[in-house]
Design a protein around this ligand. Structure first.
Ligand SMILES: [Zn+2]
Length: 453
């Protein structure tokens, strides 16, 4: 299949961060050509493209659109998408113990499947093409089925919990069961669906995991070369529990048991000492900054600017639907750019360009996938988003090297996303999902949620 995205404003995110008017040739799963040319009318575009690429299966006119690399979110919970609106305005531990854990425990295969389906639908509609996802403890196969069917690029894994700190029975497992189920899931799903699916071991957080389980995860991640994904230092109450149990700060403890490293993704990292920040930077641990979640659960302001200055790998995520209540990367980019300026009284930090890098090429680099995704360059996988920049609210001045990122980070919204490609497959056309009916998914999800409320 040969498709051309013609006449768009291409924001490449290549090494020189070039952007220009031009066209992209997608052939099968790859970007085969990226060319620059002057803006042309629809008739001239056909002739121009035929001259460059010969016969193609489809030419999509992207006039009035920016063409961006697919967005990368490094922390989500598809399993919780059904539960948005079920736990607003609560403290973290209260929110977890009275709302989220009991709801997750009540999942069955069908409810976890539809929760993932609508979550992925929302992500794709908002231009997210890659996720790092934490499931619930059970029914992980159902979520992987949804990931496979919807075609999103995902690093995902079952949640692991074997330590009793207010954990409901339905989510408690023994270390042995947790490890053997995870191993079976690795064997079944890691590097499947044309490489779109990878496995990640996902112990929930230190509070709900025994040291033996955490250490077994480290060993398993080395054995199968899979990632580790957990929550860390999100909340003061959480780090106090870890301090009482281990006599150490949370990140210090994770470092001591060998949990940190370039394979590891830690969500939040809000409350950190200087030493802990150094550990994170030195071990090349990936940090997933979730600004909406941190504000909604009143976790605090993560020291993102400091971490970046120390060379730590900082990326972005929406977290789960109940603590957000969207899975909208444009919102996360906007908040990441704004909240730290306000908190540190410095409007020069977290500029739009560096925030967009965190959502694209820097996230790809952090995940070791920069040769595949994160920018629009020849030879990379065709994970591409087009963004309408002709709304009445859009910027009016000509785009320059400086303000092009301001349009994306400060002005654009998920509703401006028009077309989405993942691995060369067109999954969103004119803001409509192609593979599944949005109405049918919504009705199914609405029926399912009745059982939970
Ligand atoms: Zn989370």
């Amino acid at each position: 299949m040969k498709r051309v995205l013609g006449n768009g404003l291409i924001v490449t995110m290549d090494a020189n961060r070039t952007f220009f008017r031009g066209s992209i040739l997608i052939e099968d799963d790859l970007i085969k050509a990226v060319i620059e040319h002057p803006k042309c009318n629809p008739v001239a575009l056909k002739t121009e493209m035929a001259g460059h690429f010969g016969e193609v299966d489809e030419l999509i006119d992207c006039s009035g659109m920016m063409v961006l690399p697919g967005l990368i979110q490094t922390h989500t919970h598809l399993t919780q998408t059904l539960f948005k609106g079920m736990g607003d305005d609560l403290q973290l531990m209260d929110w977890l113990q009275t709302k989220i854990w009991p709801s997750e425990a009540a999942h069955d295969e069908a409810s976890n499947y539809i929760s993932s389906m609508i979550g992925i639908g929302e992500l794709i509609r908002g231009g997210t093409t890659t996720i790092v996802n934490m499931e619930t403890v059970h029914h992980t196969n159902a979520s992987f089925e949804a990931i496979r069917e919807m075609g999103i690029r995902a690093i995902s894994g079952k949640c692991m919990m074997d330590y009793n700190e207010g954990v409901p029975k339905g989510l408690m497992e023994t270390m042995k069961d947790s490890i053997s189920e995870s191993t079976a899931l690795i064997k079944k799903w890691h590097h499947t669906n044309s490489g779109l699916i990878e496995y990640a071991l996902a112990p929930r957080f230190v509070v709900s995991c025994s040291e033996a389980l955490l250490k077994a995860c480290v060993a398993l991640s080395r054995e199968y070369d899979v990632r580790l994904h957990t929550h860390a230092s999100e909340n003061r109450g959480e780090i106090q529990i870890v301090r009482d149990r281990t006599g150490m700060e949370n990140i210090e403890y994770l470092n001591k048991i060998g949990f940190l490293g370039s394979r590891t993704i830690l969500a939040h990292c809000v409350h950190l000492s200087e030493v802990e920040m150094k550990f994170l930077a030195e071990t090349e641990t990936i940090i997933s900054h979730c600004p909406t979640s941190n504000m909604k659960l009143a976790s605090g302001f993560a020291p993102i600017q400091n971490l970046k200055e120390m060379g730590a790998k900082v990326t972005l995520g929406a977290d789960g639907s109940p603590c957000n209540n969207e899975l909208n990367m444009f919102m996360e980019m906007r908040l990441a750019a704004l909240i730290h300026k306000g908190n540190q009284l410095d409007s020069t930090i977290m500029d739009a360009k560096s925030v967009f890098e965190m959502a694209t090429i820097k996230a790809a680099e952090a995940l070791g996938k920069e040769r595949e995704i994160g920018s629009l360059e020849v030879g990379k996988k065709a994970d591409i988003v087009t963004l309408d920049v002709t709304r009445l609210e859009s910027m009016l001045v000509p785009f320059t090297e400086k303000n092009v990122y301001a349009q994306i980070v400060y002005n654009a919204s998920n509703r401006d996303v028009r077309h989405v490609f993942i691995n060369g497959d067109m999954l969103l056309r004119n803001s409509n999902l192609i593979r599944h009916s949005e109405n049918e998914m919504f009705e199914e999800a609405r029926k399912t949620i009745r059982r939970f409320v």
